[in-house]
Design a protein around this ligand. Structure first.
Ligand SMILES: Nc1nc2c(ncn2[C@@H]2O[C@H](COP(=O)(O)OP(=O)(O)OP(=O)(O)O)[C@@H](O)[C@H]2O)c(=O)[nH]1
Ligand SMILES: [Mg+2]
Length: 238
């Protein structure tokens, strides 16, 4: 390891219940919080190494509730990266990223932005599909996420499932840190897209099989490990 640790502040925003706290919890505390406890403000820290550089990540969890619209802006000060999150199983939360969260983040920070599709497991969740079909909708597709990320001017679009894939969560913060350091590997752009397209069908099918036969957070079966590995590749650089 070379030199002193680099400090990086990450602010996490997005609609209420879109999965922000679960994402941070899995990354910083290694456990998925089953219940829902609304956030006001919360801080998490983690330290790790990227390309031989020690990183100290300071992560700010915020509330998605409009009730806190006047106090949330306090979180943005001195941030390096803003993660704008939405719930893959609730398309209206992707709409909010463009209608609400882009404007707020631009008003209160000039940091790099990443768009994060949370709860990617819901793309193959039967209850979610049934509920959305009543409104003639489907879960957010990876293509829609990538298009929105471009509209937001985000540096990358990353999907994750805090519930089923710790690797995908680690990818989110790895990408966020690389963005903060100005080291997002742009040469991976083309490869990232094709890997994503090629792996999606296999990944969601394997995830569905695994989810149907598994209690979440149990020791992963081989096919679930495959699904996790595949989903961990779900990122697109802009
Ligand atoms: N299926 C699934 N559920 C998830 C996932 N992540 C979070 N959840 C559930 O979604 C609900 C809301 O998650 P939170 O992380 O608390 O949501 P939040 O965005 O922090 O919400 P606020 O604090 O109100 O802004 C909880 O019941 C979680 O268990 C996921 O990856 N998959
Ligand atoms: Mg929360």
């Amino acid at each position: 390891m070379d030199g002193p640790a680099m400090r990086c502040k990450v602010v996490v925003i997005g609609d209420s219940q879109c999965g922000k706290t679960a994402l941070l919890h899995v990354f910083a505390k290694d456990c998925f919080p089953e219940g829902y406890i609304p956030t006001v403000f919360e801080n998490y820290t983690a330290s790790f190494e990227i390309e031989k550089q020690r990183i100290e990540l300071n992560m700010w969890d915020t509330s998605g509730s409009p009730y806190y619209d006047n106090v949330r802006p306090l979180a943005y000060s001195d941030s390096d990266v803003v993660l704008i999150c939405f719930d893959v199983g609730r398309p209206e939360t992707l709409d909010s990223t463009l209608k609400k969260w882009q404007a707020e983040s631009q008003e209160f920070s000039s940091s790099k932005v990443l768009l994060i599709g949370c709860k990617a497991d819901l793309r193959v969740d039967l209850a979610t599909l049934l509920e959305l079909s009543k409104q003639r909708r489907i879960p957010v597709t990876q293509e829609q996420g990538a298009v929105a990320a471009r509209q937001l001017g985000a540096a990358a679009y990353v999907e994750c499932s805090a519930k089923l894939s710790e690797n995908s969560v680690r990818d989110v913060f790895h990408m966020a840190t690389l963005a903060a350091l100005g080291r997002l590997p742009r040469h991976l752009l083309k490869r990232g897209r094709s890997r994503l397209e090629a792996s999606t069908a296999a990944a969601v099918a394997a995830a569905a099989v695994a989810a149907a036969s598994q209690t979440p957070r149990e020791t992963p079966m081989p096919q679930q490990r495959v699904a996790r590995k595949e989903r961990a590749k779900s990122c697109v650089l802009m």
